[in-house]
Design a protein around this ligand. Sequence first.
Ligand code: AMP
Ligand code: MG
Length: 330
Amino acid sequence: MRYLRAMTRRTTILPATPAAIASAAELIRAGRLVAFPTETVYGLGADATDDRSVAAIFAAKRRPTFNPLIVHVADLAMAEPLAAFDDRARAVAARFWPGALTLVLPRRADSPVSLLATAGLDTLAVRVPAHPVAHALLVAARTPIAAPSANPSGRISPTEASHVEDMPGLALVLDGGPCRIGIESTIIDLSAPRAAILRPGGVAREDLESVLGPLASAGNAERPTAPGQLESHYAPALPVRRNATGARPGEALLGFGPGPAADLNLSPGGDLAEAAANLFAMLRALDRPDFAAIAVTPIPDHGLGAAINDRLRRAAAPRPVSAAAEGAAE
Ligand code: AMP
Ligand code: MG
């Protein structure tokens, strides 16, 4: 089904020329959905200040509305009216923006962002992307853009324009080539006195800790209420088996570094940034009906490896019944 859908695409894909970016900005201002490249993954963008536009994102992705969205802005000046920045927030923004770091901050009482985008929380997640096309779109749209990854909820994130599936309400896909980082942003919660990483991603923990000192981790008992840390996520249709020493009969093998001969290798030279950039595209490439499962060799857990392992852990997690049925049908 997935291949058929790709062949019968209706949504227009345009190279991200200045004219196409201007059209995309007009569509955003008119309340429509536009998929656009960032340095992490392709985003499904809508005007973050407009409830109906934001509602269209949740509908298009079939994303649960308790899972809040990241709001994208062109620069710090555009972020300040949305959320309350303290000294820590300013320090990490100065060091890592534009870039693959999302800050969860107290929502300002006068924040213009739709309450639906923040799932009714009193915090708001905000990021300044480093991609020139994303930046130009944000400048032209003159409004913050709420943008989760441009894929149906729970499935593999798109790292190329051609990966973006048709979704209801999607007006245009801007093609800016493959994503340089290829894995989602690191999300750090600065809304409480003790800073915590809610999701590992494109900025390594080690680099954040060099600015902020030791950080608490997500998903522990300390942060039971952080939403969106859904167990099954980033899932191909096939089952995923981690820490494999080789392929079992029928399995595809996804390798890392030197090791057993693999169908694809995330980075033969063992480079974690290269592996992160290849992860989603290679999972897609191996997600074929002629394989029974995707086995992945071990990935070191430092630097960007922590984000890769987080994605693989979720890809390998037991699927909710509805997602499993949907996966089987595709
Ligand atoms: P996605 O847009 O699919 O990359 O996912 C965005 C992630 O950001 C989800 O895991 C959300 O739960 C998380 N997020 C967004 N806003 C907040 C917030 N205010 N507090 C905690 N997590 C958030
Ligand atoms: Mg996503």
